[in-house]
Structures are given as structure tokens and as C-alpha cells.
Unconditional design. Sequence first.
Length: 199
Amino acid sequence: MLLKEIYHRVKNNLQVISSLLNLQSAYIKDEHDLVIFRQSQQRIESMALVHEKLYQSQDLAKINFGEYIRDLVASLFAAYEVNEDAIALAINIDDHVFLGLDTAIPCSLIIHELVSNSLKYAFPTGRNGTISLNIKKDNDNQITLVVSDDGIGLPSNFNFKKLASLGWQLVDALSNQLSGNIDIQGAMGVQCQLTFKLI
């Protein structure tokens, strides 16, 4: 009961922070600053969703990550007002992937950044395509997470470790936090693969 109450309160507090950012954004005139505020708000909401799922979980220690990701990506599609006739979503996640808090939050933020990037940049106006998300767990407890799209791809000189954007810095830092390896290919669409071992 105590754990459930803690998860519930953390989720509520994160939602309050998100609401405060939303209220504050009404006073922002600069379009670039407004985008930054909204991205921060979405990241906070993705963390709040982890705590909500833990609150609803049977064992309170782990969440069904497939169920969580479906809710997370649906909220991103709604936030970006995606025309689902133009951009399709393909999700393939093993049913037996359950993650604890320390793994679920960095994973969720990585997925948040990668899917957001696809929604923002992969499909310029008038272009249709698909965003795919695959998560597999092998017998050695290794997780392979792949987010890909069939959009316009990346510049030939792309190196995410040298970019100044907060999103790519987050992906790099969170991958290191998971002791994971990330590989990004962008010649034909974009494919980002993260592999890490569950401890």
C-alpha cells in the first residue's frame, strides 16, 4: 500500500509540474522557446506515465513495458497531431518484457526522443511513411530496442555525439546509464538500435 501511494503521489507531482509548464508556456512569445517548453513537458509526462503503470502493476516492482510503450507513443502521436493516414505506426514488442523503475525511465525517455525526432523531421509536409518500434528480450536477458522510420534519413556527416541538441545528448547519456550500445543508421530512413543487458 505504501509503494502504491508513493507511485501515485510521484505521478501526481509530475503531472503538476507538467501543468505548471503548460500554464507558463502561455506567456512565451518566442516560438523556439515555446517548443523547448513543450518538449520538456512531454518528457515529464512520459516519466509520470511510468509511475502510473507501476501503481497499476500487480507486483509494484516492474511494468509491462510493451503496454507502457503503446500508451507513450499514442500520446506522442496525439501531441504532434499526427495524421494517422499519413504516418503509420508499427509496434512489435515481446509480451514478456517487464522493466523496473531504474530501467523503464531511461528507456522511455530514449524512445520518447527517437519517436519525437521521427515525427518532427522524417516526413516533411506531404510525405507519407511508417515509424516502427521493436523490442526483443533474448534468453541472456539482453534487450534489443529498435526505433526506425522510412523517412528522409540523416545527413551523410551525421554524428549524434557531436550535436548540441538536448534530445541527442539525452539519448547518449541515457544509453550510457543503461550500459548499452547504440547504433544509428540514416542512409535510407533512420534506424536507431539500442542493446543493453538487464541486471
